[in-house]
Design a protein around this ligand. Structure first.
Ligand SMILES: [Zn+2]
Length: 490
């Protein structure tokens, strides 16, 4: 027997956080204390795990960033979170977030996101990108090696994020194609979790270049995250041009924001994906719950014929700085100065077709905040699914929504990024990435006018066992995020 300092649960409460008092008292051997005490406990919550279908009141014990107990027995810990009346879910995993800066990470954790990945456009230099974030982020972070970005580098394109010069239209020479393939492979060797690809932004890439990208990805078991070339009546051709290379090479295929690309053809594209899957092809997809998209006005999306391709006109474009809808004159002016533009391409019916389909994951396609400007999806995607589609419209069950936001994206990446096998789940041994929310109150607040408004009702968020949101309040300066990165061997 020996004297140790021990913290004992006190019954008085302040908000939902239970206070502790330090007490000195005699206890049994240290081993027993170790077995009983956790770093953090989340008690009395409705624990929902989409992998095991567990949906019951349980206590969750966390130690060293891992879940070590999911139990109906009482447990003790140094920090306790009372989750009575709240849902305890796996933290949300966003496969499509361009806003990889602190302001976006803050908005995302308030929306329940614990892992944020830039997989569509990707990055050109994997080692440098991960090094910039090490030890500095609130969320776990990851990136693909982006074909778009590598092509820009090889062709000296002046675009800052998407191509605005040669990388749009130029077909690659033999030497350029070798350089592109070599740099993609280098990124995968450095641990990129996927390959980013989009013929929409690089229409100059030939079918042979596309096939080469898929060959490199297949060699490293990397999924290729694709923004389809065209929408509407060209949708089928667009999906064919990536289903073919996926079938030929065996590279897993993930089609980003299906409703945004498919518009009124979204249901048909979903049935094409379902049929391809039934033939054994590894193809998945995602969507975001908004009727407008956002992209660069100088990109190839707005090349000649965009109105027919997207099925919209000038009035469906909104300039975020002023809120004005565009005209032929202002469109021409802004296309010269460049910048982001909001594009109203979907109806609510198209969005809903994608959101309720069992084939889609939820991914935000968030945009980096620049002087507070962005798209509301950057801050509100996940709470919007929970508030609008689960609670208000009842078009999705809560468990199914959680599966689309946590387990399914983890499964998409786990063949290559082994760390994902312990995310998107609530079970012993899983990473303690958790979102604790009030299902009766959770809602998005971000709008096209105020895209920075944080979501509401997500009360506690833990990343690797460390609270980054407590009692609905952001914990500033807390950076428990870790790299989600593939192992370096092919
Ligand atoms: Zn995107």
């Amino acid at each position: 027997m020996r004297v140790v300092s021990h913290r004992l649960l006190r019954t008085c409460r302040l908000g939902r956080i239970v206070l502790f008092a330090d007490l000195c008292f005699l206890i049994a051997p240290r081993a027993q204390l170790m077995a009983a005490d956790f770093d953090v406990i989340i008690v009395h919550g409705r624990v929902m795990d989409p992998e095991s279908s567990l949906d019951a009141v349980r206590n969750v014990g966390i130690r060293n960033g891992k879940i070590e107990a999911v139990t109906s027995q009482p447990i003790k810990g140094r920090t306790a979170i009372d989750a009575k009346g709240l849902v305890v879910a796996p933290g949300f995993i966003d496969l499509h977030q361009h806003g990889q800066i602190p302001e976006n990470y803050r908005a995302q954790v308030m929306d329940g996101v614990t892992s944020s990945l830039e997989l569509e456009v990707g990055v050109p230099d994997i080692n440098a990108w991960y090094a910039e974030r090490a030890g500095k982020t609130a969320v776990n972070y990851g990136a693909s090696i982006g074909h778009i970005r590598v092509r820009m580098k090889v062709m000296n394109d002046p675009g800052d994020f998407l191509p605005s010069g040669a990388a749009i239209h130029k077909s690659a020479s033999g030497d350029e194609l070798r350089q592109i393939a070599q740099q993609l492979e280098q990124g995968l060797k450095e641990g990129a979790v996927a390959v980013g690809f989009s013929t929409a932004y690089t229409p100059g890439a030939t079918a042979w270049e596309t096939l080469e990208v898929f060959h490199v990805a297949a060699k490293y078991k990397a999924s290729v995250h694709v923004h389809l070339r065209s929408a509407r009546d060209k949708s089928l051709e667009s999906i064919h041009e990536v289903l073919g290379p996926a079938a030929i090479t065996g590279a897993p295929l993930h089609i980003v924001h299906l409703n945004s690309s498919g518009t009124e053809y979204t249901p048909q594209l979903l049935s094409v994906i379902a049929e391809a899957r039934s033939r054994g092809l590894d193809v998945t997809t995602e969507c975001y719950p908004y009727t407008a998209g956002m992209t660069k006005i100088a990109s190839a999306i707005f090349n000649e014929g965009w109105q027919e391709n997207l099925g919209i006109g000038y009035k469906d474009l909104q300039w975020p700085d002023t809120g004005e809808r565009l005209t032929a004159e202002s469109f021409a002016r802004y296309r010269k100065t460049a910048g982001w533009v909001i594009t109203f391409t979907n109806t609510e019916e198209m969005v809903k077709a994608a959101v309720v389909s069992p084939l889609t994951m939820i991914a935000s396609d968030g945009i980096p905040y620049v002087e507070g400007r962005s798209h509301p999806r950057s801050a509100g995607t996940y709470a919007r699914i929970l508030g609008r589609y689960v609670r208000e419209e009842k078009s999705l069950s809560l468990m199914e929504a959680l599966r689309k936001m946590s387990l399914a994206p983890a499964q998409r990446l786990e063949k290559r990024a082994v760390a994902m096998r312990n995310k998107g789940r609530i079970r012993v041994g899983a990473d303690a990435d958790l979102a604790v929310f009030d299902p009766s109150r959770v809602r998005d607040r971000a709008t096209y006018q105020q895209p920075g408004l944080h979501s509401e009702g997500i009360q506690h968020v833990l990343v690797n066992g460390v609270p980054v949101v407590r009692d609905g309040r952001l914990q500033e300066g807390v950076t428990p995020g870790r790299a989600v990165r593939a192992s370096v061997k092919p």
